[in-house]
Design a protein. Structure first.
Length: 342
């Protein structure tokens, strides 16, 4: 029987009754490898920490945190950070770095601490240092992250609703005839949609089936022409995301003219902008302009049956100001803009 190897870490399992000259070497290498792996593993009990009424604090240049029994600090090591809470003296609460461990019941930390006898219910938690989790898709029931945090890569917060709710035609392309989109990917199935064209350019669509099971926006393509770019949008999740801090960066979408801020049924409330708003098309129930200048308009069309204006001066073109008036023109070459009330 030859030497064999373990499944997960490929550790050497010396042949039973043979390979006598290598048994010691194999055991030493195996123990070293196990030690290296264990230090990188996080047991849920260690991460969770513990609470105890048998924890005391002793002041010093480096304070000591000790338990009367139970080997409560057995799994901690030097350089670990621990979060302490529950002490009647605030100096003992907070995050402390372990300088050394004198026994399984005592640790010495970098903070001075304040002397407090056992009696308070103290909670001790291991503080995880900044690092990387490379474990594929991972579900965490509850997660609290403190301090500066960086999330890299494509990230989804919340779960997708599962149906395609709308499409955005970013570029209508050329050379198309009316037909059906091909909708694929996104983790779901069943969405179908047709499109209309004008002079070979895709200019409209109808979703004939919203599909189901989509976890991300599916790809939308059209055949028969070229250059069309169409983006799908999936239904919003019932999950909520609450930002209690302030955003400290620009918020820029990864595609132009593709994503909405709010919807017809879920509108944002007030929008406060201090500088310039660049809007290609503005649709508003009511517009109130209390001050400022509207400039750069060479042609303005107003569709409506009633326009109310009070105290406005209209244009000059070298002929003087025109004013809205209910009286006859005042005469002269300038003249007034006026209307007759009958």
């Amino acid at each position: 029987m030859a030497n064999t190897f373990t499944t997960n870490y490929n550790l050497v399992k010396s042949e039973i009754g043979g390979d006598n000259q290598n048994w010691g070497t194999n055991i030493h290498e195996t123990i070293t490898e196990v030690d290296a792996q264990l230090v990188n593993k996080l047991d849920h009990g260690i991460v969770k920490g513990f609470s105890s009424g048998a924890i005391s604090f002793t002041t010093g240049t480096n304070g000591t945190i000790a338990s009367t029994s139970g080997d409560l600090f057995e799994d901690f090591k030097a350089a670990d950070k621990v979060r302490i809470s529950g002490s009647s003296n605030a100096a003992n609460n907070g995050v402390h770095t372990i300088v050394s461990k004198s026994s399984a019941n005592a640790i010495v930390v970098s903070s001075a601490l304040a002397t407090v006898a056992a009696g308070d219910t103290i909670t001790v938690q291991l503080v995880l240092e900044a690092g990387y989790i490379d474990a594929g898709p991972t579900t965490v029931d509850s997660l609290t992250v403190e301090g500066d945090t960086t999330i890299q890569g494509n990230t989804t917060l919340g779960t997708a609703g599962g149906t395609v709710t709308s499409l955005t035609i970013i570029d209508g392309g050329t050379g198309y005839t009316a037909g059906s989109f091909t909708i694929s990917g996104g983790g779901g199935t069943g969405c179908t949609a047709t499109f209309t064209v004008s002079s070979g350019v895709i200019d409209g669509y109808t979703i004939t089936s919203a599909g189901s099971g989509y976890t991300s926006a599916p790809n939308v393509t059209a055949s028969g022409g070229s250059g069309a770019v169409v983006v799908a949008h999936i239904s919003a999740s019932s999950d909520t995301i609450q930002l209690t801090g302030r955003v400290k960066s620009d918020i820029i979408p990864n595609a132009d003219n593709a994503y909405d801020l709010g919807s017809a049924s879920n509108e944002w409330q007030d929008l406060w902008i201090d500088n310039t708003a660049y809007i290609d098309n503005l649709v508003a129930d009511t517009v109130t302009i209390s001050a400022g200048t509207i400039s750069g308009i060479t042609s303005l069309s107003v569709a409506g049956t009633t326009i109310s204006m009070t105290g406005y001066t209209i244009g000059t073109n070298g002929k003087g100001n025109r004013t809205v008036n209910t009286s006859s023109p005042s005469g002269g070459s300038d003249g007034d803009v006026w209307y007759q009330v009958t």
